[in-house]
Design a binder for this molecule. Sequence first.
Ligand code: TEU
Ligand code: CA
Length: 558
Amino acid sequence: MRNEWWKDAVIYQIYPKSFKDANGDGIGDLAGIQEKLPYLKELGVDALWLSPVYLSPQVDNGYDISDYYQIDPMFGTNEDMVQLIREAHKLDLKIIMDFVANHTSDQCQWFQESRKSKENPYSDFYIWQDGKADGSEPNNWGSSFGGSAWTWDDSRQQYYLHYYAKEQPDLNWENPRVRQAIYDMMIYWKNLGVDGWRLDVITSISKDWDFPDNPRPFAKNNQHNGPRMHEFIHEMNQKVLTPFDMMSVGEAPASGAEDAHLLVDPKRQELDMVFTFQHMHIDRKKGDVNDRWALQAPDFIQLKQIMSQWQKELEGRGWNALYFENHDRARIVSRWGDDDSYRYESATAFATILHGMKGTPFVYQGEEIGMTNPKFPLADYIDVELKGNFQHYVEQQQTLTAEEFLAAVHKVSRDNARTPMPWNDSANGGFSTGTPWFQLNPNYPDINVLADQKAQKSVFHYYQKLIRLRHEEAILKEGSYRLLLPEHPTIFAYERRLKRKKWLVVANLSDSPQELQALLPLTAGEIRLSNYQDSLAQSRLRPYESFIYESGTKTEKL
Ligand code: TEU
Ligand code: CA
């Protein structure tokens, strides 16, 4: 029986480049993370997931790896990594590394060899195809970063496939030598003490080798859940994850609640958890040519329905990974909450909803102090996705104006979450004594760790309490889940039950008061956590008011 430690855990994601720079070169590093271990301990989390720190040309901030066995010198050395793991373990913090093996960097030696010829030991490490008779791309697949998913290579005289930037060629998982090379790499890091993996776009590793066109040019329907996906993941589980006892959480962008159990049912021995994308798309216009840049107001009825469906579908056959933020997502207070008048209230309301559910909550750096999206002018952003998409949608396809694009960027672009962590109100927020690789959010003099910890209304302290509750109360881990008021447009309310204990988790996801007592009469219980005073004395929920309520012994009709 595996020790399923992650079921009791809250996991904190670190984006190393932007967390803490210890040597003043403007780039966050491993020594910086080590310096902040006491902070993370104070917050109360149990494990750290580090976005990629391997050798990389940084076209996609490390999601383009050129050597899986080496820490990039900008972050430190392999010895620094070993030391970080050791120090983390002393504090009872587990370390999860990012596994990026759907693709490598084009600077990876494997690709350098592969492109040389059709007959060499690495020629089948990537996905090479001839062009069509007229020399054009093998099919109409699009890259997530704009344009075609195929790039012509002069030396090899063929096209290679890349779901992301052209500097990120996709690996050929059909080749058993590729799979073995990846397992070897995982074992190498396991031997250095790593406790688990976050598997980047793991659902993309199997391709349809008939390469059929998508319904429309540049679409990306082909990218996930290919024919041999489960087989490959199961093999990895049997060769590495289970025998070496490593936790796994896979990114599953196209999986739905109804099929996710195929990835996470323990009986199937594939992954421990997956990250769904479904709940993050409630503010997206479905099927629009502008894909992720086509936005609408968030539909919270849909949010409740999707998250509840995941709770239900995985009950007894899987375990949920719970998140609202990560390095690809915007700041939740700016995206779905109110980052101005109700920043504290909305940050804590979303946190309450997430951490009250069954599953493993993930906290993304800065989320615990209610960081907001910066509203930079277009020229100040640097993300490869944003730039590629600007070129594609604004310049080439012309389906968006630059103004429309910028408005969407301010809401959902990935750079929103990548500004350096502000630790205090000193220069550069105490992130670095040098020039930061990416500018800080200009509001850092007000929104920073120190200020938040000292504030009357502290998001940090609220997170501390949420995390403590999870550690102390089995009902949060084991209790059953039932959605209440499914049709209410802004109140997210659900019940957790364990034996005779009954908890209610309630949040008003709006800036206007909402009648509550008439819908859910609460009387004889106790408020366990709330982001306002006197929650029970009120008949209405105030803006973004949220709380966790434990029912009293008197039976109540709900
Ligand atoms: O992201 C996978 C993914 O699906 C992205 O397309 C993501 O949804 C997108 O950036 C938001 O539109 C993973 C990593 O998390 C991301 O940082 C990498 O850029 C990407 O894979 C390629 O490795
Ligand atoms: Ca540094």
